[in-house]
Design a protein around this ligand. Structure first.
Ligand code: SAM
Ligand code: SF4
Length: 303
């Protein structure tokens, strides 16, 4: 099989973006993502090894995947993560390798990850208020996250983005302080509409703090915002520039402006399942192929 790509789906969408979930475990417990207690994690033997992830990633690169994001759970709780970063950053087709983290372990890990080749990082931070941070994450780790952001700035990560989940009735007071913090630090803040991803079923449509409402607050209280024409219309975030030139802000408006029509992603779960959507009801087992002696061509065929 010389040139098997590109990866076009039945709707004509081109998939060039791979999310690799390296663990389902996490060191904090955001209420909109995980229950506080008794979370059932995948047994360790079921988790793909770095060698298995690399093999899958190399096959995916032959199908035209160019963008890879490492995520979780919390990716930084996976031991020796820089080893995986090094493996993936050596794959020639990957032009864009990024990581999404809650930042609590970044102070210690930002440097080894940078040394391994990582440059792009998204850090999850919903609030600068210690009490609300504790309420959202059920942990008292705000200072560590802030130190992690500082470590990334010092090392020269670029871009650094902040992911702020916006929940109505809770995070309104955080919009302006986060935006100001981003402007001061030269970091883009991305507000993410609360999505029904929690296992506990806490999501309600009227708990979604809508991108348009945040935009109105920022334009009024920080600086007017001007939409940046989409360079990549398939990117999920709409990006705006402050009219005074001091930085950018993004919105992932999955609820009010769904972008399914332009979706360009596939996901590899920690236990080796290939999924086409966060909300997929079907998934394809690739771990059994990786562990069962399948050839690269068979893996490519399944993708
Ligand atoms: N633990 C890392 C973190 O928190 O960034 C990576 C995994 S986390 C599932 C990836 C991103 O999903 C987070 O940055 C957070 O912004 C977002 N997220 C989690 N639950 C969400 C929800 N219910 N609605 C919207 N975004 C959510
Ligand atoms: Fe952990 Fe990220 Fe989920 Fe928060 S959003 S509980 S940090 S995996």
């Amino acid at each position: 099989m010389e040139n098997p790509g590109p990866l076009l789906d039945g709707f004509g969408r081109l998939h060039d973006n791979l999310r690799v979930i390296v663990t389902d475990r996490c060191n904090i417990r955001c209420f909109y993502c995980m229950p506080e207690h008794d979370v059932q994690f995948v047994p360790r033997r079921e988790i793909l090894t770095f060698e298995e992830i690399e093999r899958f990633a190399r096959a995916a690169s032959r199908l035209g995947i160019t963008k890879v994001r490492i995520t979780g759970g919390e990716p930084l709780v996976r031991r020796d993560l820089p080893v995986l970063i090094e493996k993936l950053s050596s794959i020639p087709g990957f032009t864009d390798l990024a990581l999404t983290t809650n930042g609590a372990l970044l102070r210690e890990q930002a440097e080894p990850l940078y040394q391994a080749g990582l440059r792009r990082i998204n850090i999850h931070l919903d609030t600068l208020d210690r009490e609300r941070f504790r309420q959202i994450t059920r942990r008292d780790e705000l200072d560590k996250v802030l130190e992690g952001i500082e470590a990334c700035r010092r090392l020269g990560y670029d871009p650094i983005k902040l992911n702020a989940v916006a929940v109505k009735g809770l995070t309104e007071p955080d919009i302006v302080p986060l935006a100001r913090f981003g402007r001061e630090q030269g970091i883009e803040v991305r507000f993410i509409e609360f999505m029904p991803l929690d296992a506990q079923g806490l999501w309600l449509r009227d708990k979604v703090l809508l991108a348009d409402d945040i935009l109105a607050v920022l334009s009024r209280e920080v600086s007017p915002l001007v939409e940046i024409p989409d360079r990549d219309p398939r990117a999920p975030a709409s990006e705006y520039e402050y009219a005074d030139g001091a930085g950018k802000v993004g919105f992932i408006a999955s609820v009010s402006r769904p972008f399914c029509l332009n979706c360009n992603r596939v996901r590899l779960t920690a236990d080796g399942k290939l999924r086409y959507c966060l909300f997929a009801i079907e998934e394809t087992d690739v771990k059994s192929l990786l562990r069962g002696g399948a050839s690269d061509e068979e893996i490519i065929e399944v993708i």
